[in-house]
Design a protein around this ligand. Structure first.
Ligand code: CA2
Length: 146
């Protein structure tokens, strides 16, 4: 079984730590990547960490994760809008943990809907960058190919 886990990030997450620290905290995306690499090393995972502002590129990233041990996916705003991402997660056959920095259920109603949750293996939100760490641990806890 592959030990590679893809950590995929959607639109505007490249701005982390530079705007809206009240909602998203002070950590930058580079800080989140470092956290994921440190946790990945503990868990024996090779981490592929990517970000894009483009929906189609995110579809490509998900498809490129075929055969991986898992995907930790923060699709950001596309979570709430994208049938294409849902279809990609469903098609790739890799256990996918949907993660969010913020507690989306404590925010606007439009953030309560996710096109991804029904096809994700699980969902973690509200723990800031630790949501990603918990996502990696969730993948480590899964039996092979579940
Ligand atoms: O809480 C999360 O992780 C979100 O996925 C973040 C998305 C939001 O649309 C989701 O509802 C919840 C937004 C990411 C944008 O990140 C920014 C970071 C700094 C400044 C502005 C936006």
């Amino acid at each position: 079984m592959s030990d590679t886990v893809h950590v995929l990030n959607g639109p505007n997450l490249n701005l982390l730590g530079t705007r809206e620290p009240g909602i998203y905290g002070a950590a930058t995306l580079a800080d989140v990547e470092a956290l994921c690499r440190a946790e990945g090393a503990q868990l024996g995972f090779d981490i592929v960490f990517r970000q894009t502002n483009s929906e189609g590129a995110l579809v490509d990233f998900i498809q490129e994760a075929r055969g991986a041990r898992g995907i930790v996916l923060n699709a950001a705003a596309y979570t709430h809008t994208s049938v294409a991402l849902r279809d990609a997660v469903s098609a790739v056959g890799v256990p996918t943990i949907e993660v969010h920095l913020s507690n989306v259920f404590a925010r606007e109603a439009f953030r309560h809907q996710s096109f991804l949750s029904p096809v994700a293996r699980g969902v973690i939100c509200g723990f800031g960058p630790q949501s990603y760490v918990l996502g990696l641990r969730a993948i480590a806890s899964l039996p092979p190919s579940s």
